[in-house]
Design a protein around this ligand. Structure first.
Ligand code: TYD
Ligand code: MG
Length: 455
């Protein structure tokens, strides 16, 4: 009997080695090598068959025809926007997220909404009746949706040939396996091989494919990093499982920007799109509470007013604690240092806790000013005047710096009934909008803003 051939694979980057290694030479991760069986690739795959009939040849860039309507609208506006304006035919989209966050629910809803197209939903995790029950819970019906519970990739391809779907959904990539690779499903070589096969399938047939992927404890997509390199688009579904909000964001997109954001709310009848997030994110505001400031941020193309809450209290034990949720903690430390050095506030012996309401994570530097103001508001126990919001970056010298797309931020604040917005005076140049109700307050330094608010 022939000896089974094995090799070691790095679970982090997918590097292969004939023997076990403590440290991966390719990605420098420790203890990531795991032994897997490598089989011969004699089994027929999707690509072998079509390769006989299809031969590719080089074409000049100018001669490549562009089809005008190249996007498939999924019917879900949040998802369409995150994908960059709809689903691109022949694209491979990876949807990642923690267990229980709602990946299967989201994909099932999309499948039910795509009524004009035949959708094949392949599940390796749930039975057909479980999926049927979920569809009933969502309360929608579709006669163009087919459910297949199968994990063998070759059998999935057989079904595709008979059903001829226009969209394929695989739930999840970690459960499918191909007999061409001898290791167990979910292992590096299986995931890599199956993704490769599905990629070839998508490109050859122009059928878009959604892959659902699991996430590891550290928040990375389970499987090799190459999985992310192989697919066209990586979208992450995240949120606090105890809160009902879910955020969809792109971390890679070959067909659009990666800064788009989709917001959903989980109900007992499925996910609902949130089209006016600002109103929800700041609705629970109690006026007169210190430590709360509203920042006008922009996520992707969307202005978003967010509530920043801070709590500053004297440190009871030696080293003061600094903790922030939804905001970069190094940036918080920088702002605290600026307030201490330039503003003369004694924050060195205070615990500082910062939280962005709604479980959002904001990277936009334009909320710096709101963060700084909310910290001082809590320190001094003085509430920020009602209907005020902030949109500016704070520099190391305590200066207020200009931010991009200030017009959309001001318009959003006005739309939501704010009465004053603090911005940088450098943003005034070229500002050409007419505001009726909102007062624009340009400033050049942090202490000017603070003395204006807490007079
Ligand atoms: P699910 O889509 O199974 O998550 P994933 O595929 O990411 O593991 O959804 C899981 C959670 O969503 C589950 O705990 C129940 C909840 N849920 C609702 O609250 N309302 C609903 O209508 C549905 C379908 C699910
Ligand atoms: Mg699931």
């Amino acid at each position: 009997m022939a000896k089974t051939k094995t090799a070691f694979f790095c679970q982090n980057c997918g590097a292969q080695s004939p023997k076990w290694l403590g440290k991966c030479p390719s990605c420098s991760a420790w203890n990531t090598f795991v032994e897997e069986i490598v089989g011969d690739n004699s089994t027929q795959s999707w690509s072998d068959e079509s390769a006989k009939t299809h031969r590719s040849k080089a074409v000049r860039l100018d001669d490549i025809p562009i089809k005008s309507e190249m996007r498939i609208r999924t019917g879900d506006q949040e998802l369409d926007r995150v994908l960059g304006g709809g689903l691109v035919p022949g694209s491979l989209v990876l949807l990642g997220g923690e267990p229980g966050i709602g990946k299967s629910t989201l994909m099932l809803q999309v499948a039910l909404d795509l009524e004009s197209a035949i959708v094949l939903y392949v599940s390796g995790e749930e039975s057909q009746s479980q999926i049927k029950m979920r569809a009933q819970r969502i309360g929608r019906r579709s006669n163009s949706l087919c459910i297949l519970t199968e994990t063998d990739l070759n059998l999935i391809f057989d079904q595709i040939k008979t059903i001829k779907p226009s969209v394929l959904i695989i739930d999840s990539i970690q459960t499918v396996y191909s007999s061409a690779v001898e290791s167990v499903s979910g292992s590096i070589s299986q995931v890599r091989h199956c993704t490769g096969e599905l990629m070839k399938f998508a490109k050859k047939t122009n059928i878009p494919v959604f892959l659902i992927g699991h996430i590891t404890k550290d928040g990375a997509l389970a499987g090799p990093k190459i999985l992310e390199h192989m697919v066209d688009t990586v979208i992450q579904f995240e949120g606090d499982r105890h809160l009902s909000y879910r955020i969809l964001r792109t971390t890679k997109n070959r067909f659009g920007s990666t800064s788009e954001l989709g917001i959903y709310e989980m109900h007992n009848v499925g996910l609902r799109q949130v089209s006016n997030p600002s109103e929800i994110l700041i609705s629970q505001r109690k006026d007169g509470l210190s430590g709360i400031a509203i920042g006008a941020s922009i996520e992707g193309n969307r202005p978003l007013l967010i509530e920043i809450q801070s709590l500053v209290s004297p440190a009871t034990y030696g080293t003061p604690q600094r903790s922030s949720t939804g905001f970069d903690s190094r940036r918080l430390n920088m702002l605290l240092a600026v307030l201490e050095k330039r503003g003369g506030f004694r924050l060195g012996l205070q615990d500082v806790f910062l939280n962005i309401a709604g479980g959002l994570r904001i990277e936009d530097p334009a909320i710096d000013l709101a963060v700084a103001v909310s910290v001082i508001s809590s320190l001094e126990e003085m509430p920020i005047p009602k209907k005020s919001c902030f949109a500016a970056e704070v520099g190391l010298g305590g200066e207020i710096r200009a931010v991009n797309r200030i017009e959309s931020r001001i318009m959003e604040a006005e739309k939501l009934g704010f009465e004053q917005i603090f911005i940088s005076e450098y943003n005034l140049k070229g500002l050409s909008i007419k505001t009726n109700k909102i007062k624009i307050k340009p400033n050049s330094a942090l202490d000017m803003v603070l003395s204006d608010i807490f007079k």
